[in-house]
Design a protein around this ligand. Structure first.
Ligand code: HEM
Length: 738
């Protein structure tokens, strides 16, 4: 009946009317909520389109510059900016502990649904109770004891990395001068290919033996060839069949690092789209590919778990390797129940994703900044040579790094009566306080971190792998932030990228890589603002492991190699397009070349330190760790759709609300009261009742609100800024990296 009526109506509608009605419906869906303002956030400034649709944020996210663009929006509009109809970004350090606080009731937003694969894991679970249960199980993996147990695995894989690099050095050294890729005669070589091994390192760390990417020298991991195969493997290991069943399934190898990045871009773009758009977007070729990456990645976790369960069957409990997977298997909830097979696989996948890409990107960022700041690099190398001892080891040990930290703590002038929070022990490298990344000290206290940590922190400040504002939904009762009340259902976020560049915290040279800043000024304030691992109940559960990995990796490779920018005039894209650029070994023109430091190598090998205990033994074949990078920005194709939709939407809005009332003056837009028609003409053609609106805007001006007289970032007035201004400044930022 209804269908018949609808058909009969539509049969009487011509194409133009249908298009008009469709446009009207689109407009109504987006404009009515703006009028009703259910979240009470209409008063907050922001890009014009963002008031009506999520597509603006979708566009900038998929375009790969979300953090920069949001940063510029804050510079333009001030600390509170509306990014989408129900999403407000608050760029104030003081908002961090409120928005992400324990017990504030805020939950992760629908954005995280786009990251679900197999089933929800600890990262993308939004329900509070479910998360608390998962977090309890997973936290066990990252306890102080567990993290220290991972040290041999970290060292083993760093050792494999350095061995690979050393082999490359030898190869180049033995080559004739004409065959050398570059480097100065007698001194070094260029190691573009080194980047590939650096990426493989955290992947191998994540799952260890099942991948063996470093050992094999290839970005390659096994997955079931078909979906049915994946299901068969999961069903098999659920019944304890493990390897036997897995071996019957057809296997193929996929480039894990590449897939990890593809999947990140897909989820990142999809997550910003409103849920009702997602099924449609999935039909587009780019999203289809992303969706395949998601499946492929799940296949990696399935195979890794299957292989592990099979191996475990062959050896006694006491002989089983201790790594992330085994720790996950041992984890139990409050009722003493371990995870089921699907849950175990989903969590293994979470750790793979959360711990590999993040660590790899962070390591590359650190190397990049050191390569582009030779003085800082030399200072760090001097510290490593002087204080880590000269043990004849390829890879730094935890004991050496602790010694470095202790030395830094002793160097700082001590308060006469050390408080509990500021004791010498607390200042030393300690797992007790559950935060290895934080300089131990309070406001106005002396430097207590080694230069190594200052370099790591400074790199993570400038290049947090999750620099975007992580979206949280406000619970019943609302939330008051910076004196503003936000009702339930509003999505709030605090962008790390922007607060990491707040001059009131970091000084005027915020864009500079300057590790020395970690020894100056208000360190307490800096630490309260430093947010690479997020804050509160959803903060990075693996941050202690991540920090340990970064310390060991950076200390080891900087003791052995010098890094230089291959092309200093063309700063590296590696920071923003980490894996994209290096399929094969090709596009690494901007990657810092790696030069072996012969001097430091001979020093290391000739003077063993009697003061140091021998390094922990590294069991062959052991290794493991976890995951990483949720948010690898970049992307493109979905934007074509988003852009088209935005264009349609803008055109419809102009058509419905303004077209008949706005007409061209010579260089000016004029507005007439409804009912007064005006045609094109010069300024003199303005008719009675018409009012000049100023310079004629371009369509892109609709993206941002013009003529704003709002408080700027630093409280100054920002008058009449336009999209074109922003584009210029955004480009200048991007030019640094691309
Ligand atoms: C430099 C390296 C790393 C950085 C910068 C980093 C950063 C982050 C950030 C910002 C979050 C919060 C994400 C959100 O709320 O949306 C997070 C969550 C998480 N990270 Fe890390 N991470 C790193 C390494 C690791 C490692 C090595 C692991 C584990 C092996 C790990 C496991 C996790 C997990 C499981 C979560 C979800 C926690 C939860 O929701 O309860 N991360 N990480």
């Amino acid at each position: 009946m209804i269908v018949d009526t609808a058909l009969s109506i539509t049969s009487h509608i011509d194409l133009r009317t249908a298009a008009f009605l469709a446009g009207l419906a689109v407009v109504a869906v987006h404009v009515v909520p703006w009028f009703l303002d259910p979240h009470g956030i209409r008063l907050y400034p922001g890009p014009f389109l963002a008031k009506f649709t999520d597509l603006w944020l979708g566009w900038v996210s998929a375009h790969g510059h979300r953090s920069e663009v949001v940063h510029h929006m804050h510079q333009k509009y001030g600390p509170i900016v509306r990014l989408a109809p129900n999403h407000v970004s608050i760029a104030e350090p003081d908002a961090l502990p409120i928005v992400y606080a324990h017990g504030n009731g805020a939950l992760k937003s629908e954005f995280y649904d786009a990251f679900v694969s197999i089933q929800r894991g600890v990262f993308n679970t939004r329900n509070r109770a479910d998360h608390a249960r998962k977090r309890k199980i997973v936290s066990h993996v990252f306890s102080q004891k567990s993290v220290l147990e991972f040290e041999p695995h970290i060292r083993e894989y760093v050792s494999q990395l350095l061995t690979r690099w050393d082999t490359m050095v030898e190869k180049v050294k033995n080559a004739s001068p004409s065959e050398r890729v570059g480097g100065e005669e007698g001194e070094g070589w260029e190691g573009r290919e080194g980047r590939v091994w650096l990426d493989c390192l955290p992947c191998d760390l994540a799952f260890g033996a099942p991948f063996g990417m470093l050992r094999a020298g290839a970005d390659s991991a096994p997955v079931p060839a078909t979906k049915e195969g994946a299901e068969a493997v999961m069903a098999a290991y659920g019944q304890g069949l493990g390897a036997e069943e897995a071996s019957k399934v057809a296997i193929k190898h996929i480039p894990a690092v590449q897939i990890l990045n593809g999947r990140g871009e897909y989820s990142m773009s999809m997550g910003v789209l409103p849920p009702h758009w997602r099924p449609i977007a999935k039909q587009l070729p780019w999203f289809k590919k992303g969706s395949k990456d998601v499946q492929a990645l799940a296949g990696i976790a399935i195979m890794a778990v299957a292989k592990r369960l099979a191996e475990d069957k062959k050896v006694a409990q006491s002989e089983r390797r201790s790594d992330l997977l085994s720790k996950l298997q041992q984890g139990k909830d409050d009722q003493g129940n371990p995870m089921g097979r699907e849950e175990l696989t989903a969590e293994a996948l979470t750790l793979l994703i959360a711990g590999s890409d993040t660590t790899s990107n962070s390591t590359c960022a650190i190397i990049y900044y050191l390569a582009s700041h030779p003085t800082a690099q030399a200072k760090l190398q001097a510290e490593l040579d002087e204080h880590m001892g000269t043990e004849d080891e390829l890879v730094a040990t935890f004991a050496q790094i602790r010694r470095l930290t202790q030395h830094a703590a002793e160097e700082g002038s001590q308060p006469s009566t050390p408080s509990k929070e500021y004791s010498t022990e607390a200042k030393a490298f300690s797992l007790k306080d559950n935060d290895l990344s934080a300089p131990k000290g309070a406001k106005d206290t002396p430097p207590t971190i080694p230069y190594l940590d200052a370099c790591i922190n400074e790199s993570l400040r400038l290049h947090s792998t999750s620099a975007l504002g992580l979206p949280r939904v406000i619970p019943e009762g609302g939330l008051t932030v910076l004196g503003q009340h936000f009702p339930a259902g509003t999505v709030l976020s605090v962008p790390s990228y922007t607060i990491h560049r707040d001059p009131s915290v970091w000084g005027e040279d915020v864009d500079e890589f300057r590790p020395e800043r970690w020894y100056e000024g208000d360190v307490g304030k800096m630490m309260r603002t430093f947010n690479p691992f997020s804050f509160g109940p959803r903060a990075c559960v693996g941050r202690n492991l991540a920090y340990l990995e970064l310390q060991i990796i950076v200390a080891s490779i900087l003791r052995r190699y010098n890094f230089v920018l291959e092309n200093p005039d063309q700063p590296g894209t590696i920071l923003y397009r980490p894996a994209r650029e290096h399929h094969g070994f090709a596009h690494l023109a901007t990657y810092p070349a790696i030069r072996r430091s012969m001097a430091s190598q001979s020093q290391v090998s000739t003077s063993p330190s009697p003061t140091t205990s021998s390094p922990p033994s590294v069991p062959p074949g052991s290794g493991d760790n976890n995951p990483g990078g949720f948010f690898s920005p970049s992307g493109s194709p979905p934007l074509i759709l988003a852009f088209l939709a935005i264009g349609l939407f803008s055109a419809a809005m102009i058509g419905v609300f303004g077209w008949r009332r706005l007409h061209f003056g010579r260089g000016n837009w004029m507005v007439a009261p409804v009912g007064v028609r005006g045609g094109p003409g010069g300024a003199g053609s303005a008719r009675r009742g018409q009012r000049a609106l100023g310079e004629k805007p371009k369509l892109v001006d609709l993206w941002t609100e013009r003529g704003a007289t709002r408080g700027g970032w630093d409280g100054a007035r920002v008058d009449d800024m336009r999209w074109s201004d922003i584009t210029v400044s955004r480009d200048s930022v991007l030019a640094q990296y691309s």
